[in-house]
Design a protein around this ligand. Sequence first.
Ligand code: WT7
Length: 628
Amino acid sequence: MAEKIETLLKASRVIEPTEKTKAQAYIKDYEKEYQRSIADPEKFWDEIARELEWFSPWTKVLEWNYPWAKWFLGATCNISYNCLDRHVKSWRKNKVAVIWVGEKGEERIFTYAELSRQVNRCANALKALGLEKGDRVTIYLPKIPEQIVAMLACARIGLIHSVVYSGFSAPALESRIKDAESRLMITADVGYDRGKSTNLKKVVDDAVANCPTIEKTIVVRREQPGVALSASKEIDWNEWLEGQSTTCEAVALDAETPLYFLYTSGTTGKPKGVVHVHGGYMVGTYITTKYVFDLKDEDVFFCVADPGWVTGHSYIVYGPLLNGATILTAEGKPDYPNPGRWWDLIARYGVSIFYTTPTAIRLLMKYGEDWPKKYDLSTLRILGSVGEPINPEAWEWFHRVTGGDKPIMDTWWQTETGMILVTPLPCVPLKPGSATRPFLGIEADVVDREGNSIEKGGGFAVIKKPWPSMMRTIYKDPDRYLSYWNNIPGCYTAGDVCHKDEDGYFWFMGRADDVLKVAGNRISTAEVESALVSHAAVVEAAAIGKPHKTAGEMIKAFVILAQGQQDSHELIKSLKDHVLKELGKIAVPREIEVVTSLPKTRSGKIMRRVLKAKELGQDPGDISTLEE
Ligand code: WT7
């Protein structure tokens, strides 16, 4: 690791912002603004919050009882009001809010007024079902506009949405519904993936069968003839909205009212329900979208994420709409029907801000530069990357094929942080592979295990002060929330290993714990292991991450078989199918190796570190705790 970082740093070049980029940027002098913001963060956040609309003001910006934070005390607001009404009553009323392109090439366009009407009808329909403030709604939809409408409709009347990525399998969905105790499910008949349809309704049927809290299931029917619905419990989306009024007042909510739960993987097999709230989350996503991407009214903002993940929550839905932006969102993969898919969309809609992932860039790299060359990409102005470290080769390729003069914002953050925390702003000199410096108002640092700041060198990424869009807790599991703040004294530990260079630039190196990043998706080794062990042929399993050319990391699993079981091609396939069924496609190990023992500590903990070192032919480090 140390060697790798040294070569990275040596290879790095510094790219100064162009005069044009600087001239048009909101923030022109990062150092000055950063120093000012952290000299008095509460004053900084207070000023930013005033750019949005509140139904009643706060009496105090922050109440900090380590590690519990409350922001904008006593204030009332509604994030949906700020995403919609604030624009509908302005000249932006007929501005395009959302351009959606389906996998089959269909296009749907919503102005702010139209999006607002749809959201209001949906909110009224939610009320008509008797749902009340604080109730949970699970949204399991493909990337279609109804996903956005449903999220904003919940927010509007104080319901808590729990969006589950539509690639998760029935058991994974079931455990998320059960944890949230949702009363309502919103889904679709099918999603599309590289031309094939996936039966989402079947997944929901299997999951909901074991979830007695679900009273009704709303189904968006995309296929003809429509899938059959059970009269007592299932309602067609269009029929549900039919006749509902297009006005529905946004409820004034205390700033600390939960907005959503989003489940993410940790180091145990049980996903955690990260809780975000209306007020602070609204302020954090609003200002990061504005400053990091230098978002202006003329821009077309294309973020390739799925709202099933936090990037979609913060930078497709909430952040851009809070700014009154025009967003482009497209269903499907970057190389379907061909590797020109995204470049074509950029050219077709005049995209100016393009926010993507290292995995997608590496995938497109494989198809060569001729693809981007075919399209007019001259409207691009600002680029972004998120989800995992971007290797300098991918950075340079992305930079080159998009014209060689557009700054790339390598944004580091997490589901738990709600907003981007370490990132360049367009005015900041860039180093390919580095997320550069903390965002305004954020005191990020690299420290040793005791919490001592490391001026230059490697350590753990931490945040030293609370920020408005931080998670407030882990639903039903406050101890897990506390563990983020108890790890290293006095700060929030992100779980990432990071290197700080002589200019104070952050170089994120990956996770310090048993969390994997496979194609940017967060998967815990424990989840994969427990899925494997639930197969009758497996008694023990250990999963590790291995470097992979496009996905960044891939999963390799080691399994000990039950007595009488034989290693065979069929068995391995059945294990993979089993993980697919239990968790979903993203968690299926690419390699599974049958072993007769696993390295363990004396207390019986599997030493994945040792397995990994052996697999990669590296030195395992300190193995004094190893039993055998
Ligand atoms: C983890 C959080 C952030 C939204 C999408 C993922 C890794 C994220 C970067 C980056 C290096 C990154 C970290 C982090 N990560 N962005 N720019 N450079 N690593 O959210 O699923 O909650 O994952 O993703 O390891 O801890 P998430």
